[in-house]
Design a binder for this molecule. Structure first.
Ligand code: PLP
Length: 272
C-alpha cells in the first residue's frame, strides 16, 4: 500500500487524514457530467473535500441542452438524507436542482432537523438551453423557507429577478435585488453578473456590498453556476470565510473556463 501513496492524487491521500472535511450536494443528476451532482463531486474532489451527494432530480441531457427532467420523489429524497446524515454530518452543503416544491420542503426540514451549517443555495430554476429545472411555485417555497436558512445564495440575474420579484436590467437593479433577498434572511447574497450585457461583476451583499470585477469570457459553458456554488461550499467546509470563499470561487471558475473543451456539438465542458 505504501508504494502506491506517492502516485495517488492529493485528494486520495487526504483520505488517510482523519481531519478530512466533507461537503454534501443535494442536486440533479446530469448524464453529460457537466453540471449537477457530477460537477459538484468533481469540484469537491479537486479541492480535497470528501463529497456526499443526494439525488433530488434526474435529467436527460447532453452538451446541447436538457431534453427531459424528473423529480425524485420527495419521500425518497427524505429517505436518502435520513439514512445518510445520522452517519455522516457534512462540514458544508449546497443545494442545486431540487425541482419540486416538496423537495424544497424536505431539504428545509432536514437542514433544521440535523442542524446543518454552511449552507450554499444555488436556486436553480432554468438551464442555459431554456429548460425549466424547477416546477411552478418552487421559487415561492425557496423564497419563504429555504433562503432564510442559507449562509450564501448564488442566483444569476434571471434567478435573482424571479426570487426578488423585479426585473434586473442594470447594475443598480442587481444591487436592489441583493438587498431584497438579504431582507428575506439570507446571510450573504451573491448575484453573479455574467448574464448582464455589460460584463461580469458579481455582487456580494451581507449588509455591506463587495464587488468582484472580472472581464467577461465569451462562449457558452455548461455547468458554470453549479461549479461556482460547489467551490464556495468546498471552501466553507475547509473553514474559509464567506467573502474569501466567493472570491476564490470566482477565480477558480474563471481559470477553469480557460481549460474547457468542446465536443463540437454544443456548449463547452469543464474538466474540473
Ligand atoms: N442540469 C442540472 C442537473 C443542473 O443542476 C443545471 C444547472 O444548475 C443544469 C443542468 C443547467 O446547466 P447549464 O445551464 O450550465 O447548462
Amino acid at each position: 500500500m505504501d508504494a502506491l501513496v506517492p502516485i495517488l492524487p492529493s485528494a486520495i491521500q487526504s483520505v488517510y487524514n482523519s481531519a478530512m472535511k466533507s461537503a454534501l450536494t443535494i442536486a440533479g443528476f446530469d448524464p453529460s457530467g457537466g453540471a449537477g451532482i457530477q460537477a459538484d463531486l468533481k469540484i469537491f474532489g479537486a479541492l480535497d473535500i470528501y463529497g456526499l451527494s443526494v439525488a433530488a432530480a434526474l435529467t436527460a441531457q447532453n452538451s446541447k441542452g436538457v431534453s427531459a427532467v424528473r423529480a425524485v420523489e420527495s419521500s425518497f429524497v427524505q429517505r436518502q438524507l435520513t439514512v445518510l446524515l445520522p452517519d455522516m454530518k457534512p462540514d458544508a452543503m449546497k443545494t442545486g436542482m431540487l425541482y419540486s416544491k416538496a423537495n424544497v420542503e424536505v431539504v428545509v426540514n432536514m437542514i433544521k432537523k440535523y442542524r446543518l451549517r454552511n449552507i450554499v443555495v444555488d436556486p436553480v430554476l432554468l438551464s442555459s438551453s431554456g429548460k425549466l429545472l424547477a416546477e411552478k411555485g418552487a421559487e415561492k417555497v425557496m423564497r419563504k423557507k429555504l433562503l432564510p436558512l442559507a449562509t450564501v445564495i448564488t442566483p444569476n440575474i434571471h434567478e435573482a429577478s424571479v426570487l426578488a420579484g423585479m426585473v434586473i436590467r442594470t447594475f443598480d437593479d442587481m444591487k436592489r435585488a441583493a438587498v431584497i433577498l438579504h431582507d428575506l434572511g439570507t446571510a450573504n447574497v451573491v448575484i453573479t453578473g455574467g448574464h448582464l450585457e455589460k460584463g461580469a461583476v458579481d455582487i456580494i451583499y451581507n449588509g455591506v456590498f463587495t464587488f468582484l470585477k472580472g472581464r467577461k469570457i465569451s462562449g457558452e459553458f455548461h455547468g458554470t453556476g453549479c461549479r461556482f456554488s460547489a467551490v464556495i461550499a468546498a471552501r466553507l467546509a475547509d473553514g474559509c470565510g464567506v467573502v474569501e470563499a466567493v472570491q476564490q470561487a470566482k477565480t477558480y471558475v474563471r481559470q477553469s473556463m480557460k481549460q474547457t473543451f468542446s465536443t463540437g456539438k454544443g456548449m463547452r465542458l469543464f474538466n474540473v
